[in-house]
Design a protein around this ligand. Sequence first.
Ligand code: UDP
Ligand code: MG
Length: 310
Amino acid sequence: MDVSFVIPLLNEEESLNELHNWIVSVVEAQKYSYEIIFIDDGSTDQSWSVIQDLHAKNPHVKGIKFRRNYGKSAGLNSGFSVAQGNIVITMDADLQDNPEEVPEMIEMIQTQGFHIVSGWKKKRYDPLSKTIPTKIYNYVTSKMSGVHLHDMNCGLKAYQSKVVKNIEVYGEMHRYIPVIAKWAGFNKIGEKVVKHQARKYGSTKFGLSRFIYGPLDLATIMFMGKFSKRPMHFFGVLGTFIFIIGLLLLTYLSIDKIINHTYGIANRPAFYLGILMAIIGIQLFIAGFLGEMISRTAPERNEYIIEDHI
Ligand code: UDP
Ligand code: MG
């Protein structure tokens, strides 16, 4: 199969028919073999029955319905695991993403060898309260992760199938799929300017909380990518460093007392700092050991993505 469309949705009943027809008109013009996988993320409106009707009319339409709302990442992850196409397209269900961009994105993967082609909503039709923080967020993410995209969280993306089959998205991690993919070794990441439009029906499903959780998730991803298989390298180095500074401070104070007969050392600020740093240093060291013990028992401790073998 050429293309799988993976579309997570929450309460998008008004948009689904239109979206389906739009996608079908594009794939038919291109003569792709395709499937459209709708993941109903616990909608409370009629979304699921709309999907059932679409499936009855068009066997290329498939659907997964969650018992409750688990989040967009969960939807994407489930869609990824069943997708059969050589290329997997993700897009939002709210008609903000334009399926007419898809053929060119696929073309970029095929001719330029990209693992991922990510959409870039250069001209956005969203409220300012969203576009300005998003700019800052994209800048920080690009600097921290080394994945230089203008629009990391664009819903419209095209992937080689092997990318989505080898990464796992959960929690709110859908915002950082390119970073996760890069850590997994899929580092040819391209970008295509895509047309965007204002939300036609319904309202946005993500509130301001995204700006609190987003940065925390980025920190998690950066940490997991670098140190999840060797936590001691992080905690051990940091712990040892801090412990040694604490120890030096205390040693200095002790020597000072012995040589200069200073009266007491408990009244000196360096004393408290020294103790604090020694204790924190040991704590970090222990955290490193605990991390190592946890990663020893992690089921994926010996999972590697094998590109090829003969
Ligand atoms: N969505 C989802 N589960 C959620 C929240 C959102 O599947 O818990 C879907 C939503 O229906 C849409 C896509 O994720 O298809 C993007 O959401 P939305 O358009 O509300 O986000 P925005 O465009 O405002 O960033
Ligand atoms: Mg939207």
